[in-house]
Design a protein around this ligand. Structure first.
Ligand SMILES: [Zn+2]
Length: 381
């Protein structure tokens, strides 16, 4: 993994896309498998194949920048990775060709980037839903392929094909609403903005504070790493047919611990939001331990059902944050993630745990400037 001179690339991308994120996002140049050709993106930085020519690198960089400013990765939490990937790649490449005129449609197709012809307008969620509908219909009819936007999409069973995602996954950067705002202004300065682009920008804004999605995304990206299905900018198959892997073969191997020390500040509505979000990823979680904190531990639930979870959650509030961590140690649980709902008013445990911890805190005047000795704080607004 090399950092190479990227000033020209950044400035050219900034001129095209008009958002200062182009000047700031970490860029890595790396050898990528040739069948991927392009590059891979995760939320927080952009990887570009060092073997592509400058023109392709610039296209790929602008492509990933647009994924970033539209919040595409997080918007895809809980969705089928490959179908979502097709939808967002189309949206982005369509923008790059028709609105920003970075390259021609022909160039994009020759370079095997995803671009469908004559399909319904976005946002990406609509295109995704249409793809999903077609996959369901195709399966129901016992067929293995369907046509969409001038391409044939074949359904193949999920296999791990030896392509490993790169090793540099990190915490996602907070998405900056500023980049989206800049991008919207940039487009307006160039002329009129079409309705589907406006809807895409809208969806980007709406997904700014998705604490419940952060949890789901953490679980999904963990599972994703284990099954080694990276996000492609190019599919590893050819111009005419692209193969679609079906989700559903994920192995359960995620251990989750949640603790609710709610002090009355967290509303029933927020709790049910968590429960609803949790339901979506439940099938990926093998062990879920739940602590309900009153003065001390009020209840410990193991793999509770949705109803059990809702019935047991109530606003209490302890004076020490440590008991659930101690109990985790006592039971020798090995969580992949510990999610603590709390106002963090209480004594923290002495020892820093070896697993990742997320604190979910309701934003009030009292919690504006909280400091935690470990873990990451996400606010409920
Ligand atoms: Zn992409």
């Amino acid at each position: 993994m090399k950092k190479q001179k990227d000033t020209k690339l950044r400035i050219d991308a900034y001129r095209k896309v008009g958002t200062s994120a182009a000047l700031q996002i970490p860029i890595y140049f790396d050898k990528l498998p040739s069948e991927i050709g392009g590059c891979l993106v995760r939320d927080s930085h952009i990887v570009i194949s060092e073997e592509e020519d400058y023109q392709t690198q610039l296209f790929v960089y602008c492509h990933e920048l647009l994924h970033y400013i539209f919040n595409h990765i997080r918007r895809g939490a809980g969705k089928d990775r490959v179908l979502w990937g097709l939808a967002i790649d189309h949206v982005v490449n369509n923008l790059l060709t028709t609105v920003l005129e970075l390259e021609s449609v022909n160039w994009v197709e020759q370079h095997r980037f995803i671009l469908f012809r004559d399909i319904p307008d976005g946002p990406a969620e609509l295109i995704y839903r249409e793809l999903q509908r077609l996959v369901d219909k195709t399966k129901k009819e016992g067929k293995t392929e369907f046509k969409f936007g001038g391409k044939t999409i074949r359904l193949v069973p999920l296999t791990v094909d030896g392509i490993r995602p790169p090793k540099h996954f990190t915490e996602p950067l907070p998405i900056s609403t500023g980049s989206l705002y800049e991008f919207g202004n940039h487009l307006k300065s160039q002329g009129s903005v079409s309705a589907d682009v406006l809807r895409e920008i809208d969806q980007g804004y709406k997904s700014q504070v998705p604490w419940e999605r952060v949890i789901a995304a953490r679980i999904l990206s963990f599972i994703g790493k284990k099954v080694a299905t990276p996000t492609y900018t190019k599919l590893p198959y050819y111009q005419i047919a692209c193969d679609v892997r079906l989700a559903g073969n994920y192995k359960k191997e995620f251990n989750l611990v949640t603790a609710f020390d709610t002090s009355g500040s967290i509303s029933q509505q927020e709790l049910s939001k968590f429960c609803a979000e949790y339901q979506r990823v439940e099938k990926l979680v093998s062990e879920h331990w739940v602590y309900v904190i009153d003065a001390d531990i009020h209840a410990v639930l193991h793999n509770p059902s949705y109803d059990e979870l809702v019935a047991n959650l109530r606003g209490g509030g302890g004076t020490s944050l440590a008991p659930p961590f101690e109990d985790v140690e006592k039971r020798k649980l090995k969580p992949d993630l510990f999610v603590y709902f709390t106002d963090t008013f209480g004594t923290f445990p002495q020892k820093t745990p070896t697993y990742s911890v997320i604190w979910i805190v309701v934003r009030t005047f009292q919690t504006l400037d909280i400091r935690v000795p470990f873990g990451t704080v996400y606010y409920i607004d």
